[in-house]
Design a protein around this ligand. Structure first.
Ligand code: COI
Length: 350
């Protein structure tokens, strides 16, 4: 375990610090960054901690100019004894490596990633909400740091971990808008990489969904515009008959760690699960046949959100609450927060 430099970070929280339930997501940022630089010739430098305000991103560099930036989102939770654990950090490290590889950026070694996450939590330990009432969200970000406008791989990069304390996401229900014109990702593109461009490309769809009175967007495949892919920031699951279906990892969607956790929990519960393509028309037909059960979206920030409806403006597909999503939400929360011994290998102590 890496030890942070001093006791500097132990100042009490301000008197007007919000209750965990009022933290929301991403509003309060931790004052420090844990970071490490990578040089083409020197490799990875030693991890360090600085004030967040001390780092700047070059305007004329590949990070801002060409989008050479990839990131992760993972959470640290406090258990009932007050100890802090990271949830599946090594899986996030591997996914960051895959994103980096796709954008021709240096792949951070797992141990560099782990040390930076550990440091980021240690220096913000007082920001981690109490057991059961929220988490510290970590945002490890790898970006090109060289000030140069040539379109080529940068010679200098940095991996920096920012944090934000957040509320426990509520198991709310959403109506989703299936976007039939804009696309998020196409085969061979960047869809599986966790990179800002995917989110920037997706915002217009989310705004269109909201303008149509829906909560979020469902992205469809780029070729036929009929197969469901993923929601704005979540992977999708639908229950059809006695089976739960989720779109396959075909390179156009993000390989969600929460998606993987939910698959494992479903398998462990003996639920039949299948990863295959599914169209809006097949969902509509299953609805007509009375076979549609619950639908839900999952992601690190959102945890698990029940979906009551998906509509493309012509066909409204309505899902039935069978209680499956609520059960999964509770199971996942218990595993993440260490309220059960099940799957404890997913939690890494800080
Ligand atoms: C996450 O769930 O970790 C995400 O990256 C979603 C974020 C865009 C809010």
């Amino acid at each position: 375990m890496h030890t942070p430099p001093t006791g500097l970070y132990e100042a009490p929280l301000p008197a007007d610090w919000p209750e965990p339930e009022a933290l929301g997501f991403g509003r309060i940022l931790g004052p420090y960054l844990a970071h490490a630089q990578h040089g083409e010739d020197s490799g990875w430098h030693a991890p360090t901690v600085s004030a967040r305000s001390a780092l700047s991103v070059p305007v004329a560099g590949g990070g801002l100019q060409y989008g050479f930036s990839v990131f992760e989102g993972l959470k640290a939770y406090r258990d009932a004894d007050g100890r802090i654990h990271l949830f599946r950090p090594r899986d996030h490290a591997r996914r960051l490596q895959q994103s980096a590889q796709r954008l021709v950026m240096p792949e951070p070694p797992e141990e560099v990633f782990m040390t930076l996450c550990q440091l980021a939590v240690q220096v913000h330990a007082r920001y981690v909400p109490p057991f059961g009432r929220g988490s510290l969200y970590l945002r490890p970000t790898l970006y090109a740091e060289e000030d140069a406008l040539g379109f080529r791989p940068a010679t200098r990069h940095r991996l920096a971990v920012a944090v934000t304390p957040c509320s426990d996401p509520l198991p709310k229900s959403q109506r989703l808008w299936a976007e039939t014109e804009l696309i998020r990702a196409a085969p061979g593109g960047l869809g599986a990489a966790k990179t800002g461009g995917n989110y920037a490309a997706g915002l217009a769809g989310q705004m269109r969904a909201r303008a149509n009175g829906f909560d979020d967007v469902v992205w469809l495949d780029a070729l036929t515009h009929r197969e469901i892919a993923e929601a704005g920031t979540m992977n999708l699951f639908v229950q059809i008959g006695d089976e739960v279906v989720t779109p396959p990892l075909d390179g156009t969607i993000l390989a969600g760690i929460t998606r993987d956790s939910v698959l494992r929990l479903l398998h462990a519960d003996g639920v039949r699960v299948s990863e295959h393509r599914i169209t809006l028309d097949e969902l509509a037909a299953a609805g007509m046949a009375g076979q549609l059960g619950t639908a839900f979206g999952v992601g690190t920030a959102a945890r698990l959100v029940t979906i009551s409806e998906i509509s493309d403006g012509t066909t409204a597909i309505r899902f039935r609450d069978t209680g499956l999503a609520a059960r999964l939400y509770e199971r996942l929360k218990q595993v993440q927060e260490g309220a059960t011994h099940a799957l404890r290998e997913w939690r890494v102590a800080v």
